[in-house]
Design a protein around this ligand. Structure first.
Ligand code: GLY
Length: 589
């Protein structure tokens, strides 16, 4: 997890003391610490902003080979869904910490001809042998080692059937064509980038406990490949080839599934062939909001992403953020106060809609926002313990993720976010398959009320149940202007996904920034608990001081979120990869 690099304001010490840091410390912190971590990639030469006059299609992903694979599909006449499926499989090879075939995710696709936008839910599910207390230790406490780094941590994967469903319903190319770049890159290899090498170094201790992963990603002496050395993945090549030849069933009912199930049985995992065979993605209606005349379409439950994105936009709408200024204490204060209210609601009301009635319409209604807004004070931060989940009306009816955005020449658009959950998932590769497993079971509430890996508190609706989908924060989003795609966005970042996507939208719509400015601007985040207003470096010390005077506990940590976004303005395509990820690339043709 990200560590607190500098915590300002009320800083809790280990013995429970707290104090307010002096302005001198604040100035020192604000001036001395640059963007840090894997995300120190602001200098990246790969990350390019494309003022793409006259371009017909655009692809923005977190990894350059995948961007180019998707772009080639567009150039050959494929549509945005064809390119998205190609990118999805390619990232499983070139961005193994998040790209995947044994994870899950969500795809939003805007179909220009019908004007409809659909949401494909290919989120993982709990195996049928899963049960409520499966991640508690003998003392009844949540055992995060078990929920993150054991075979039990893996949910039944959804990616292969999810991408295949998208292609079958909305694409034009064959599955074999979509898989070809992934197969080529796995078989012939590709040069290891600085970003890949760094992530392999960070994951070294855990990944090397998996003999198959150790063999693929490290030299015999345990060192990761150097930047520029060629990484080949022969077992993954064979798995991808099987899927290309036999279709998704190769994964779910065929020999790949058989290997996964046998390995699970031999080593104490829960996923059976029956779990795999019965897994199905679901096409769901998008959640819809309206913000300053734009239509905001995003992912419904089992993601909380779309619901709370729209809820926060509703809360913010009456405020004149533009005249307050993008980095003013006043606008950041309002963002923080509205985020807290939404994340408090998330802890109680969100979960898998197939298992509980989720009050989506209540949460995203303007009336509910109006009611909640009355509790916001312009001059004072409300302590988290004075905030509880609200009571939206129940209408009668229910740290390593990656996002990519694609637009084609016909105006179709795809926003796709998918994940293994944490970097390299549960850090286990199924022998003989080249496939890394997710650790998405950690997104369930192991013990309702106890935080998960992102510090998020989950409620009863997110307790483990057989066949249930775990709650997500992923928020692939398409904003329409006059019925046509205007912003296509989404982000990695666990609990920070919602606030990252929110800030992209607010930066473009309210602060009139171009998509590169909107992406690069320092981000802020408040998720109710922990009680901290987390900020990236780059905010001015006087803004931080004003926020502290309003009662915020400021915490400067690593960068937050990684958004890959496209902005369409007057028919022109603009894209921006997130410079917080050094291998990201947006390119058009
Ligand atoms: N695993 C991160 C999310 O789904 O929100």
């Amino acid at each position: 997890m990200n560590q607190c690099i500098v915590c300002l304001g009320r800083v809790s010490l280990s013995r429970g003391f707290s104090f307010v840091l002096s302005l001198a410390a604040l100035l020192l912190a604000g001036g001395v610490f640059p963007l840090l971590g894997q995300d120190a990639a602001i200098q990246s030469s790969m990350a390019r902003f494309h003022p793409a006059e006259g371009r017909q299609g655009m692809v923005a992903t977190q990894e350059a080979n995948a961007t180019r694979a998707g772009l080639n599909v567009l150039k050959e006449g494929g549509n945005a869904v064809d390119a998205a499926v190609t990118v999805g499989f390619t990232l499983a090879v070139t961005l193994p910490r998040a790209g995947n075939i044994a994870g899950g995710g969500f795809m939003l696709a805007h179909l220009a001809e019908s004007g409809k936008t659909i949401a494909i839910d290919y989120r993982e599910k709990a195996p049928l042998g899963g049960f409520r207390d499966m991640f508690l230790d003998e003392k009844g406490e949540a055992d995060s080692e078990k929920s993150r780094y054991s075979l039990l941590a893996a949910g039944v994967p959804g990616t292969v059937r999810g991408l295949a469903l998208a292609l079958e319903n909305y694409g034009t190319i064959s599955l074999a064509r979509a898989l070809q770049p992934a197969i080529n890159l796995a078989e012939n290899g590709f040069p290891v980038t600085d970003g890949l090498r760094k992530s392999l170094l960070e994951a070294r201790e855990r990944l090397q406990k998996s003999p198959a992963a150790r063999k693929v990603f490290y030299n015999a002496d345990g060192t990761p490949f150097k930047s520029g050395e060629i990484l080949r993945q022969p077992d993954l090549t064979a798995s991808l080839r099987l899927i290309a030849e036999k279709g998704p069933d190769a994964f779910y009912t065929g020999s790949i599934g058989a290997r996964i199930a046998a390995d699970m049985e031999a080593k104490g995992g829960l996923i059976t062939l029956n779990d795999l065979a019965s897994y199905q993605p679901v096409i769901r209606p998008v959640v819809k909001g309206a913000y300053r005349g734009y239509e905001v379409l995003s992912m419904p439950p089992p993601s909380s992403g779309g619901v709370h994105l729209i809820q926060i936009l509703n809360l913010l709408e009456p405020y004149d953020l533009r005249s307050m200024g993008q980095q003013s204490a006043e606008s950041i204060h309002l963002m923080a106060e509205t985020m807290k209210l939404a994340y408090a609601d998330r802890s109680k009301h969100l979960g898998d809609p197939d298992f509980a009635a989720i009050p989506v319409d209540g949460l995203i209604s303007k009336e509910y926002a109006e009611h909640l807004r009355r509790t916001i004070k312009r001059d004072r931060a409300k302590p988290s313990n004075a905030i509880a989940p609200g009571q939206p009306r129940i209408f009668q009816e229910s740290e390593e993720t990656t996002h990519f955005s694609i637009v084609d020449r016909w105006g179709n658009a795809v926003a796709n976010t998918y994940t293994l959950n944490l970097s390299y998932g549960n850090n286990y590769m199924v022998p003989g398959t080249g496939i890394l497993l997710n650790n998405q079971m950690d997104d369930f509430s192991a013990k309702p009320g106890t935080p998960n890996a992102f510090g998020l508190i989950g409620g009863e609706f997110d307790a483990v149940e057989p066949g249930k989908r775990m709650l997500s924060s992923m928020a692939p989003t398409i904003v329409l202007k006059d019925g046509k795609p205007f912003i296509i966005t989404g982000a990695a970042g666990g609990s920070r996904i919602i606030s990252t996507v929110l800030q992209i939208i607010v930066n473009v719509i309210d602060h009139q920034m171009n998509i590169a400015e909107a992406t690069n601007a320092p981000r802020v985040h408040h998720q109710w608990y922990p009680e901290e207003l987390r900020v990236e470096t780059g905010l001015s010390p006087d803004t931080l001081r004003l926020l502290m005077e309003k009662g915020h506990s400021i915490s400067i940590k690593k960068t937050m979120g990684a958004a890959q976004s496209i902005h369409i303005e007057q028919g022109k395509l603009f894209a921006s990869p997130d410079p917080r990820r050094e291998d990201a690339l947006a390119e058009g043709y």
